[in-house]
Design a protein around this ligand. Structure first.
Ligand code: GTP
Ligand code: SPV
Ligand code: MN
Length: 620
């Protein structure tokens, strides 16, 4: 089926479609590129090969156009800084659409528009939208290229910033392109992106072109992605959230696997036993930090496999195996420092990174809140304004400023990172950011209860998406903005994969909250490296060693079973962090009821049963 309506007609200033100069014979790809050229009318077409020479050329062009600033090579070799348009700083959930044929398939948690209508609206926007710009054709593969079924994509974009970011975030360029062709013109997910800012002859460019009109659109039946108007990561690096979560969750539903918003880590106990944990926390709620944790407790070691996305399939042995489809880290900058996340600092200090919307020092290095104890006497803030500590009234770095850095530079990357078979998951941890109610850690009674925990997960909104910050909402499995189909069907899928496998092989499920506050407003739990104490309890539960008490919401650590040796907090503070407050949970019940009512009659009966059980245990 044609991916674009044939109504577009070539105009004189469009380049001729370029199959002759294209470095591939892949027919569907060539046809699609020709269609997009005809529609968007770029001044030039560049097929990205992912080489270092190409990176050098594109970053030089981006410096010339004012999009990038080269950082001091002594501090950050081969690294660059970008300042976005102040309006284009985060994912736009209200502009994100799941255009399934049947609106019922998008469900109540997604925006929906009829796919034909959406294509017509967006085709009008794309018509001529790349005038005066280069169109980049960016072949990529999510996950290892030597996987049994490599997951190819091709992003067409008119943003060189996107092209260079894709080199960091995905396996990109000549290699995946050759593999696509070698695999008999393999299927790929077409990802069309335009910043929506055509340049007329003589018109000068701006440092961060974008449009006030934004659409982040998914056509799940066609496995197709169209994005328009934004250059920001989650809206424009289409291999990430759009492909690896929204489209992949639909593929996973159809094929019996899970695409999840999860970090993956390997934890090695003092006895030398290795475990793998996958953890789902909403955006800006601690995945990157936990993925790279430096444990504070003696003898425990962590290796990183992924910090944002996990694809999980059951193996022949009935266990759940996880892979990380990504190739880089797109991490929240503020709060990242030597004291909190030293492994992230080591990763970015190796260079080859892009930084967006952080602050700049007078010496050409990056800075953000939490990177160091000392604040430089003068900075340029994320808007480019002069910033002096004590005088400034706003943060120097945008709260959603990001580093984009190759995962291979992570000093604790696991040797299994490239293994297409993935790693067997022993525990799944759900978590959120809640000032109250949700204790430091509890364990689900079984898979069904674990799915209930995930399905009712709640968290305060963060700066990772536009809109209000700090508002408690349900964020099921940390996937609210990323489920590519009906949330009720998604819960059913989680239950179903559990039923299909031996309970003894399923990961144990836990629920954590690093963000509970005391009456004076401070965090009750020190977090970061100290979270290794919670990981230790998780492993000791799996090993049958750690004690627990049964509470209305699951198993909780007994007073002595959480290792707090050497921790500088009082017993009362630990108890407050761990407390299951029945009154707070009774107040949570109507919120969960409302949430399930919102999902409607597709809420699996198993979850309604779990809700009844919870209500009963709370005596409500
Ligand atoms: P996305 O990339 O948006 O998906 O975010 P993420 O889930 O990877 O979150 P990340 O690890 O980047 O952390 C987000 C913010 O929470 C940062 O400012 C961190 O410093 C902070 N943070 C992470 N872990 C902890 C913790 O254990 N305690 C506290 N208090 N803050 C934390
Ligand atoms: C998130 O918001 O969950 C992120 C950053 O990981 S983005 O890629 O922008 O979605
Ligand atoms: Mn994320």
């Amino acid at each position: 089926t044609p991916l674009l309506e044939p109504q577009s007609s070539p105009t004189s200033n469009a380049v001729a479609s370029t199959p002759s100069s294209a470095p591939t014979t892949h027919r569907r790809l060539l046809a699609w590129v020709s269609e997009v050229v005809e529609l968007t009318q770029p001044a030039d077409v560049r097929w990205c090969d992912g080489s270092d020479a190409e990176w050098d050329e594109l970053t030089a062009e981006l410096i010339a156009s004012g999009t990038l600033v080269q950082l001091d090579p002594q501090a950050k070799p081969n690294s660059f800084y970008a300042r976005t348009d102040p309006s284009d700083v985060a994912r736009v959930e209200d502009r994100t659409f799941i255009c399934s044929v049947d609106p019922a398939d998008a469900g109540p948690t997604n925006n929906w528009m009829d796919p034909t209508q959406m294509k017509s609206v967006m085709t009008d926007l794309y018509r001529g939208s790349m005038r005066g710009r280069t169109m980049y054709v960016v072949p990529f593969c999510m996950g290892p290229i030597d996987a049994e079924h490599p997951m190819f994509g091709v992003e067409i974009t008119d943003s060189a910033y996107v092209a260079v970011s894709m080199k960091i975030m995905t396996r990109m360029g000549a290699e995946p392109l050759a593999a696509m062709t070698a695999n008999g013109d393999a299927d790929f997910v077409p990802c069309l992106h335009s910043v929506g800012a055509p340049l007329e002859p003589g018109q000068s460019d701006v440092p961060w072109p974008c449009s006030d009109t934004k659409y982040i659109t998914h056509f799940p039946e066609e496995r197709l992605i169209w994005s328009y108007g934004s250059g920001y990561g989650g809206n424009s690096l289409l291999g990430k959230k759009c492909y690896s979560l929204r489209i992949a969750s639909v593929i996973g539903r159809d094929e019996g696997w899970l695409a999840e918003h999860m970090l993956i880590l390997k934890l090695i106990s003092p006895a030398g036993r290795a475990y793998h944990i996958a953890a789902a926390f909403p955006s800006a709620c601690g995945k990157t930090n936990l993925a790279m944790i430096q444990p504070t407790i003696p003898g425990w070691r962590v290796e990183t496999l992924g910090d944002d996305i996990a694809w999980m399939r059951f193996g022949a042995d009935g266990r759940l195996y996880a892979t990380n489809p990504e190739y880089g880290l797109f991490g929240v900058a503020p709060g990242t420092g030597w004291g909190t996340n030293p492994n992230a600092m080591r990763t970015i200090d190796r260079g080859n990174s892009l930084f967006t919307n952080v602050a700049l020092t007078d010496h050409g290095d990056v800075w953000w809140e939490g990177i160091s104890e000392v604040t430089p006497p003068h900075l340029a803030d994320w808007r480019g304004n002069s910033w002096v500590p004590g005088e400034a009234t706003t943060p120097a770095a945008h709260p959603n400023s990001r580093f984009c850095t190759p995962i291979r530079q992570c000093p604790i990357l696991s040797s299994d990172y490239d293994n297409p078979a993935g790693v067997p998951i022993d525990a799944i941890i759900f978590g959120g950011r809640r000032k109250t109610t949700v204790p430091l850690v509890t364990q689900a009674r079984d898979w069904q209860h674990g799915v209930f925990m995930g399905a009712t997960l709640s968290s305060e909104t963060t700066a990772a998406a536009t809109g209000a910050v700090g508002v408690v909402r349900r964020d099921p499995m940390a996937m609210l903005p990323f489920i590519g189909y009906h949330a009720g069907d998604y819960f059913g899928h989680w239950l179903e994969v559990g039923k299909q496998h031996d309970a003894a092989n399923l990961p144990a499920v836990f629920y954590v909250n690093w963000f509970r506050r005391s009456a004076d407003g401070g965090f009750l739990w020190p977090g970061f490296g100290e979270n290794s104490r919670v990981l230790k309890w998780v492993i000791e539960r799996i090993e049958g060693k750690a004690a627990a008490v049964e509470t209305p919401i699951g198993y909780a650590p007994t007073a002595g079973s959480l290792d707090v040796t050497g921790l500088d907090i009082t017993e009362a503070e630990v108890a407050a962090a761990l407390e299951v407050d029945v009154d707070e949970w009774r107040a949570e019940l109507p919120l969960i009821e409302d949430w399930f009512a919102q999902i409607g009659d597709k809420v699996p009966t198993e979850l309604l049963t779990e809700l009844d059980v919870l209500r009963g245990r709370l005596g409500g």
